[in-house]
Design a protein around this ligand. Structure first.
Ligand code: UDP
Ligand code: MG
Length: 138
């Protein structure tokens, strides 16, 4: 089933000029880029996006980081996109990420871990709708 997921190239990867390399991994893995935009999001926007994590000890650091510099917001499409992107990303902590994954190759720490990907169908629908209007999905 053709499926859409939501992804972010996070500020650490953008500031290290890794955007092209990460997009290349994504396209090589068979994803079609349905939408992409560069944004410098506010702390408040980051808090709304990560609201599910608001009680976690890392919430404040995470939302500071996500609003610290430009990032790329993306909608990606392929068969089984949600699970396949999670696999391509690797574990949250790059120290535990499998060889060949984006986080293994490009992430520096558990917080500054280069890429976000939706973790389920409901999450993907919320996250796509949070950042994109329907007319932007092409
Ligand atoms: N994060 C963090 N410290 C932690 C766990 C997570 O800073 O101990 C950050 C990290 O950037 C991660 C994001 O919070 O990507 C969201 O956490 P989640 O558990 O949803 O990880 P993900 O789904 O991104 O792998
Ligand atoms: Mg998550």
């Amino acid at each position: 089933m053709l499926q859409r997921t939501f992804s972010i190239i996070k500020p650490d990867a953008v500031s290290k000029n890794l955007t092209g390399a990460i997009l290349s991994e994504i396209e090589k893995a068979g994803f079609r880029i349905v939408a992409i935009k560069k944004e410098f999001i506010t702390k408040r926007e980051a808090e709304g996006f990560y609201a599910v994590h608001c009680d976690k000890p890392f919430f404040n650091g995470l939302t500071d980081f996500m609003s610290s510099g430009p990032l790329y917001l993306m909608v990606l499409e392929k068969e089984n996109a949600i699970a396949d992107l999670r696999k391509l990303m690797g574990a949250t902590n790059p120290a535990n990420a499998e060889e060949g994954t984006i986080r293994k190759k490009f992430a520096a720490s558990i917080q500054e871990n280069a890429i976000h990907g939706s973790d389920g169908e409901e999450t993907a629908a919320f996250e796509i709708g949070y950042w994109f209007a329907g007319y932007e999905l092409l």
